[in-house]
Ligand binder design. Structure first.
Ligand code: ZN
Ligand code: ZN
Length: 126
């Protein structure tokens, strides 16, 4: 089974992910823009039992439009968010696609919050 590892910028926080992601989703929302530092965020969803985190993480919690909270895990040294989870869906986690730094990683199959898409980002990106 394929295993890929997502890591923070300094490398101390990592999460090994076994198998293919359940879903890859691109999000244009402002929170994802601020989290990622880019014009959109991309989440690769995995079953919780398919991921193994390692290293020291800190938490950032915020609410979401669904009414359920989100918990983001980030590296206290370099600040990269590596994965996060929704209190609504306990059996899966989202891993930051960029943290894999893998150009062959499966592409997103959906894009959400298109109303916050930057004008220069293609509409058909997912
Ligand atoms: Zn780090
Ligand atoms: Zn978002």
């Amino acid at each position: 089974m394929i295993e890929r590892t997502a890591t923070c910028a300094c490398g101390q926080l990592r999460v090994a992910c076994r198998g293919e992601p359940m879903k890859v989703s691109l999000c244009h929302c402002r929170e994802c823009q601020r989290r990622s530092g880019g014009p959109f965020g991309v989440a690769a969803f995995f079953a919780r039992d398919a991921v193994s985190p390692e290293g020291e993480a800190r938490e950032f919690r915020r609410g979401s439009d669904s009414g359920f909270g989100l918990i983001f895990r980030f590296c206290p040294t370099c600040g990269s968010t590596v994965w996060w989870e929704s209190l609504r869906v306990a059996d899966r986690v989202a891993v930051a696609l960029g943290a894999f730094a893998d150009p062959a990683f499966p592409a997103p199959t959906q894009a959400v919050y298109g109303e916050h898409r930057h004008a220069w980002v293609p509409e058909d990106i997912a």
